[in-house]
Design a protein around this ligand. Structure first.
Ligand code: TRP
Length: 453
């Protein structure tokens, strides 16, 4: 029996602290910005249905597996995978999984920060009253003028990256706990305010119908792949973010229950965001398939019309920034923790290095909305390409490999010991999923996209 590993970075103060941190990682732009526009672009109900299925069949089991790996390895994903493959006498190459996770995290954060920057700029628009009584055309123009300016985007991208790296430099344990405890419920309340507006002023039933009436003829390879990718993205899976948070989890906490709570919270926020947004889209005859601009063209209309819109709008965008903040931290934490472990750097130095590299890569996304708009590869801009590569390929592939490692390469006894599930039936069900259903399912979707089946 290998001895238990311990974390040099510390531990969460309680199980609730972990749930809050993991939920903080999961709930972010992915739920409020990305989920609605992906659903809008991919046929509404059909996408939502597959997304929910992917959460249940891939997301939850992989989340449990990631938390378990983290808690057993107790280090950055790179070193966790290295240590565990040694302890489990598995192939050394499993260490690569940690590396691809670190890379995916940096790539995702590079564009995530630019979008978070948009949200920051909407805090200012909102507080200055410029959304008051705004029309659909004006909202569109406002957004266009924002993304047309590289300097403005760079400014906000820089502000957000600095915010992120300050927290990471100080250590994620502690700060996150307090932040998420108050922010998450506040964000939920603001989404409910928006839903109330949608019920009274929007075409609420049209929105509901769009999201929950699956038109099966709309399901194709792209919809399948995007829904799967979105499930991984939204739950922060496949790159080690949840793994590193798991590495700070105390030995007593139940992995199954905590994972379930996090997945449920995350999914609820996404669905509620959709319910808030689509009724406004329909009431204003906007296009559901307009892509990344969707919430920025839609929500200002609601805040511009509702009583107290300046306050609600400002609060909403502030909370959106906070939600993005608590997510971005988990995207870069694996890289920073690794530099600390491996090179013995201080957290501050490690954060500056990782933050700078990510910031630099982010410029590609900034320019893809203006001066590089016409540079495309496979019909995709730099931003689209980065998003596609990470969300649709790297994360599901990472998840698939995690499932194979846990299901096939680790000793059953180690897995059972670390999962410590009190209900043997649930444990067997999870094991069945992680060994067969999850990896085969992800693989089938990949093969389908490549055109082999
Ligand atoms: N889940 C976050 C969101 O929905 C984004 C995120 C944070 C993420 N950490 C991640 C996505 C790790 C993939 C992997 O906004």
């Amino acid at each position: 029996m290998p001895t238990k590993n311990t974390s040099i970075h510390g531990e969460w103060s309680s199980r609730l602290a972990f749930i809050l941190a993991a939920a903080g990682s999961a709930v972010g732009l992915g739920n409020i910005w990305k989920f609605p526009y992906m659903a809008g672009e991919n046929g509404g109900g059909a996408f939502v249905l597959i997304y929910l299925a992917c959460i249940a069949v891939f997301g939850l089991p992989i989340m449990m597996a990631e938390v378990m790996l983290g808690r057993r390895g107790r280090q950055s994903p790179i070193n966790t995978m290295k240590t565990l493959s040694q302890q489990e006498s598995a192939h050394k190459a499993w260490g690569l999984l940690g590396w691809s996770g670190v890379l995916a995290g940096v790539l995702i954060l590079s564009y995530y920060s630019v979008i978070a920057g948009w949200s920051l700029s909407y805090v200012i628009e909102s507080v200055s009253g410029s959304l008051k009584g705004i029309s659909g055309t004006q909202a569109g123009e406002l957004f266009e003028s924002l993304i047309a300016s590289p300097l403005t985007l760079i400014f906000w991208h820089t502000v957000f990256m600095v915010m992120t790296m300050i927290v990471v430099a100080r250590g994620v344990i502690g700060g996150l706990e307090v932040a998420v405890r108050y922010l998450m419920p506040s964000l939920l309340i603001l989404i409910l305010v928006l839903i109330a507006y949608s019920v009274s002023q929007g075409h609420f039933m049209l929105g509901v119908e769009f999201m929950f009436t699956p038109d099966f003829s709309k399901i194709n390879q792209d919809v399948l792949l995007s829904a799967m990718g979105q499930a991984f993205f939204s739950l922060s899976l496949g790159m080690g973010a949840i793994m590193i948070y798991g590495s700070y989890l105390s030995q007593q906490a139940s992995i199954a229950k905590t994972s379930f709570a996090v997945a449920l919270m995350d999914t609820s926020v996404a669905i509620l965001a959709g319910l808030a947004i689509f009724p406004i889209v329909f009431a204003n005859h906007l296009d559901t398939g307009q892509g990344a601009a969707l919430i920025f063209n839609t929500l200002p209309l609601a805040f511009g019309q509702m009583p107290g819109g300046v306050i609600f709008g400002t609060l909403f965008f502030v909370l959106l920034v906070f939600a993005a903040w608590t997510s971005s931290i988990s995207l870069i934490e694996p890289a920073v923790a690794w530099l600390v472990e491996r090179r013995g750097l201080t957290r501050i130095k490690a954060s500056i290095i990782c933050g700078f590299v990510t910031w630099l890569v982010g410029l590609g996304t900034v320019f893809s909305f203006n001066i590089w708009e016409t540079y495309t590869m496979f019909d995709k801009t730099v931003f689209d390409l980065l998003d596609y590569l990470t969300t649709n390929i790297m994360l599901p592939l990472g998840g698939l490999l995690i499932a194979v490692f846990v299901g096939w390469s680790m000793r059953e006894s180690s897995v059972r010991d670390e999962m410590a599930m009190s209900n043997p039936v649930l444990y067997q069900a999870w094991r069945l999923l992680i060994r067969f259903v999850t990896p085969v399912g992800v693989l089938l979707i990949f093969l389908n996209v490549i055109g082999i089946i």
